[in-house]
Design a protein around this ligand. Structure first.
Ligand code: GLY
Length: 371
């Protein structure tokens, strides 16, 4: 994936971060005729590898307003975005609009205050059994969100890497960007890294949970532990199940991804007994049959969290710097719209209206405007 080219050669556009956002933006820019270069520290660190890949604005209980609009617009872009990437690469991204069931074990949880789409509805236990057998007796029914679904993030990672390669995007792996160099007027002139100096006309920061190492943005890691289960026989799950601090994401292979903890522990590595035990307890409480499944994998990753749970998108604190970070729990969902709006903004200076609510300036005192 990497080409052994060191810096000090002018690029058109430098994207810092080779995860979901960095690659999705690079691909969109390249499809529109631009020539981005991606500088990536370590692809396997990206939140993409840890994510379950749910496409779930309703199940996640997102608030009405700009975030709801952004997330539903992105989910609606998914079929065409995936088709474009699959056609380009010939690979299967594992996109599956399988619908999401949100089971309820307490009568009070039936009342939803978050936005829902017109075709979403409540299923009582007898209807629910037709959609999905196997729920525990404590489940009183479930909300059904037919427009939601999932993408297999391990497949998507391969698709994004392959698309970038086929489009001739220069992706340089194993490089740590250390700081920006800028003029007194605040324009970025170069990046200093452990592999030299890099300069371009335009810079895009897409460094997720690690963003604070380059800019004083309030993006912090929120660790998620996860595991995967294999059924002993025929797969049981037909839909994503979204419960209380729990989701079960069935892949087409029959494997079930179980997520996720949400821990404010910095970049503390590894899975813990307490984390995995909590997930397994919640999973078997909702679906007892899962106790017979085999645990085949465990892993963890870092969501890029912001104080208001909204991403940071758009023009950055320098005229030639753009930001696409802090996607928190919704990075996979927001990849298509982030790529589209950022490309509109960078190449045509349009779309800023949609990005206004996500500006970094919402966290900043008015005088602090420099990178
Ligand atoms: N999107 C689910 C999670 O971040 O755990």
């Amino acid at each position: 994936m990497s080409r052994m080219i060191l810096g000090d050669e002018q690029r058109d556009i430098l994207i810092i971060g080779g995860g979901t956002m960095g690659l999705a933006i690079a691909i969109e820019l390249a499809l529109r005729g631009a020539r981005p270069t991606v500088l990536s520290r370590q692809f396997r660190e990206a939140a993409l590898h840890a994510a379950a890949g749910m496409l779930a604005p309703q199940a996640e209980g997102l608030p009405a307003g700009a975030m709801w609009n952004l997330c539903t617009a992105s989910r609606n872009l998914y079929p065409s975005w995936i088709e474009k990437l699959e056609q380009l690469t010939g690979l299967d991204a594992g996109y599956w609009p399988c619908g999401i069931l949100a089971p309820v074990t307490d009568e009070r949880q039936r009342d939803r205050t978050h936005p829902m789409e017109a075709d979403s509805r409540w299923l009582d236990t007898s209807e629910l059994a037709n959609y999905q057998p196997g729920f525990a007796e404590s489940v009183l029914g479930a909300w059904w969100f037919p427009q939601e679904g999932q993408v297999n993030t391990r497949n998507l990672a391969k698709v994004l890497v392959s698309a970038a390669r086929l489009l001739g995007i220069e992706v340089i792996e194993g490089i740590t960007v250390q700081r920006f160099q800028q003029t007194p007027q605040g324009e970025i002139t170069a990046l200093e890294s452990d592999r030299g100096r890099w300069s371009a006309g335009i810079y895009i920061l897409a460094t997720g949970a690690w963003s604070q190492s380059l800019l004083p943005l309030p993006v912090t890691p929120r660790k998620g532990q996860m595991l995967a289960l294999k059924p002993p026989g025929q797969p049981l799950l037909n839909h994503v199940i979204f419960g209380d601090q729990l989701y079960l994401v069935p892949r087409r292979s029959g494997k079930v991804v179980v997520g996720a903890t949400s821990e404010d522990v910095g970049f503390q590595e590894g899975t813990t007994v307490a984390g995995l035990q909590a997930l397994l307890n919640r999973a078997t409480a909702v679906m007892p049959e899962l106790a017979n499944y085999e645990v085949i994998d465990t892993w963890w990753g870092y969501r890029p969290a912001t104080p208001d749970d909204l991403p940071i998108l758009g023009q950055g604190p320098a005229a030639n710097l753009y930001l696409a970070t802090g996607h928190y729990r919704n990075g996979i969902l927001l990849a298509p719209i982030t790529a589209k709006l950022m490309a509109n903004l960078i190449l045509h200076q349009t779309g800023d209206r949609h990005l206004k609510a996500f500006s970094w300036q919402r966290f900043q005192a008015p005088s602090e405007t420099r990178a």
